[in-house]
Ligand binder design. Sequence first.
Ligand code: SF4
Length: 960
Amino acid sequence: MKPFLYETADNIIKNNSESIHDCCLVFPNKRTKYYFRKYFAQIIGKTSRPPKMIEIGKLIREITGFEDAEKLNLIFELFKIFKKFNSNYSFDSFYRIGEIILSDFNEIDAWLVDPQQIYRNIKNLKEIDSHFDWLTEEQKELLSNFWKNFLTEKSSKEKEIFIGLWNLLPDVYAAFTKYLISQKIGYTGLIYRVLSEMVDSDNVKINKCQRIFFLGFNALNKAELKFFRYFEKQRIAEFFWDGDEYYMSDKKQEAGDFLRKNINDLRIKPADFPKNFTKNKHFNIIGTSLNLNQAKLLHSIIKKDDEKYGDDTAVVTADESMLFPILSALPETIEKINVTMGYSFKFTPLYNFIIKFFKLHLFFEKHKHKSFYFKDVLNILKHPYVKDYNSKISEEITTIINDEKLIYLLPEKLLKSEDKLMKLIFSVSKNEGNTQYLLNNLLNILFIFFDKNKLESEEESNSLKNEYIFRAYKKIKRFREILNENNEKLSLKLTYEILTQILKSDSIPFEGESNEGLQVMGLMESRNLDFKNIIILGVNEGNLPKISRAPTFISQNLRFAFDLPLIKHQDAVFAYFFYRLLQRAENVTLIYNDLVSDSNSGEMSRFILQLLYESNFEIVHTHFNDEIFIQSRQFIEIQKNHAVSERLNRFIYNDSGNSENKAFSASALNTYLTCSLKFYYKYVAGMKEVEKSDDEFTPAEFGSIMHTALELIYKDLTFENNDKIITESNINAIASEIENYVLKAFKQHFITNKSYSPEGIQIIIKNVLTNYVKTVLSYDKKYTPFKIVSLEKEKAYNTLLNVKINNKNCKVKLFGIIDRIDKKGDVFRIIDYKSGNKPKGNFSIENLFNKETKNKNPNAFQALFYTLIVSNMKEFSGLKLRPSLYYARSMNRFDFSDMPIINEAFGKLALDENVTEMVLPDFKEKLTDLIEEIFDINHTFKMTGNTKNCEYCEFNKICY
Ligand code: SF4
């Protein structure tokens, strides 16, 4: 396989052997130039003086003599000019508008649209015919559609603001660009516009350029087309398109859209495109769940055939967050790896620290410069950079917050220690200069982190960390300088927004300077390069194509009318990247993540579907299912050796009063059914959960407050009520007090401080919980009169179960904390409150114990488990019992029933007292088998086969 750039170098050398030094070769980017130069040197020999080789961006700046201005500086300049036409805006209120205006100016200029025309305010649709006679009828109609909205429909405040702004833009554009041109600085679009004017006045000079070759271009803007055409008209230009007959000859293939358009617009003879795409290829398409599994899969693919996947192999990722998982998954047998891609700063822990730092101070500002919020403080204290610096002090503060149940913390409380880092994190300035003060502190914090890393070791991971820190330091410092230069006082909120935007858009470049070894790169970096073996990860809809809709004031109608790029153009760009990369390859593996999540559609890319339905290749399409997956990852399995058995035996009951005695809860057994390894980690090895995310309010807290509120209500209703009977009027009597009970529950949960009242999100949660408690009580009202037998914290229920452990008769203890037991007539309900929705579907005893089933019903398991415990207790022996599940979110539905529904051989049955009596023995038998299995030395604790269970598992960092 000869790469496109090799073939092109060969062709240019052969056809221009005499005059090669007077040629100029223009590339779309640096990397294409780099690879071309290598091939060129291989063919021509190193002694020869190479021709001028330059990427287009650099060439254009060289010709025009213009330099790029920083975006933030441009927005400040734009603001100064804008203020002359409308002084109602502060920089805070202008910034977002300014960004959109600048981005629109950039496109208008690069596509050579007349700003006076596009920003013309149409007062009458007839004006369209007179002012835009050069537009086609279709374009005129689209323009009319845009303006009709403003002319015919009722005016609104938003429309008035928009029109007011629109009317200013022609003048703002003229004044802004006049200023930039006078300074010889600009944004990319403006530099293109300047170039286009130089072309018009025939004033384009490139040193020693008798012939000019344009290599590997695809999507061109209007200014580039004009520039290329300028040389083409002089008959000194030659174009080398990296295309393939497969998509070039079929107009329906969007991958060829731009190349076809270029050839047409440049009015050049259509090239004969090679037919590489349809040559023999091996295609494998594999779906797998979880992003990390894609990397694991990569490992096994390469390991299986590591001789094949050496040189001439590219691992390409359509999702840049996959870079580090890919690098850590590559087998050690691969000796040379060359990485070329940008790794977005937003994926680094440092970015995460900066976000936490600002959140901490934004809350402080919102709280009238009085106190920090405890969760923000805890979040920052548990950040690895802070913990690494001084774990002792961060743990001390954490303990104080937890022990004293502090919610709002005064800075003084956090500044007691003499620790340098704590002082920089928690110091505040109450005056107007807080933003500058915090930026200075942040810079000093970065300095501390940098220093610490440097001192600790020279390891590669530390120097990489320092690279992030150094880049962030430079960016923040420059940001602070720009703010000073422009003498603008920004709010903390805007400072946070701009700074995170600047940092988010920064990438740490890994620019490999070698074409030897296995290449790892992003899709963008693969432009114009060819490899025999290609493995692409993250081939999902959403990544490929990756559609970004930058905010704009120019509607799609106007864009169409003025020939500006549309969303569909982005599709065509990505289609080209994709097909081009495959055209010369021989072995292609495409991997996608089929698990639906917040960040993933779970759908394969449309380009895979195109391949499956349109190409004639025999494509092997598999799903990397759990079974295969288990064999291919490092499977963790814990044998029940002596040490493990000893820990496990703490669950065997002995009546010596040994404090080591442990009991089985419903959640421990449900954990075992979900994943026996997880059970081992949590209940046998006693590993603690890794702390969860920074959610303001966890579901567990939510449920706990609801439980407490109901408990408090029923405690009060049964206080001095000897027969403990609850009537309808009892419930009516406390109806107006429900909110207060919820408030009391909040206080119990958070603090003891009497003056506490919920704030912010807590108010919303309090209202939601109040509604849930009302729903529960109105359900209860319909059930009145009933007697309260016990409430949650009054006692823990437990019982002993006979089991045979490794052929010995033993007992184990089962225990549960039951929310409520009540009695109506002669039926006792064993109630558990749930703050969620009632799950769909029914359950069977068989299914409750089935480890493989994906539709578990842990709530039904828990309800029967509690009922079994109660039925074994002396005081309930022989009584009528039934489990009851109160799903607060579903209880106001007219058909709601608190009885779980069981699928029995003869149909669906509600678990009333009779059915419960019938199924409990079966449940008990299966439960006994399950517990015996847990102790059985022939059964290991092993990873679950259902990887969906791993997604939110607190131990997945250990397993993967
Ligand atoms: S990550 Fe998966 S395999 Fe590992 S303990 Fe959790 S559920 Fe089990």
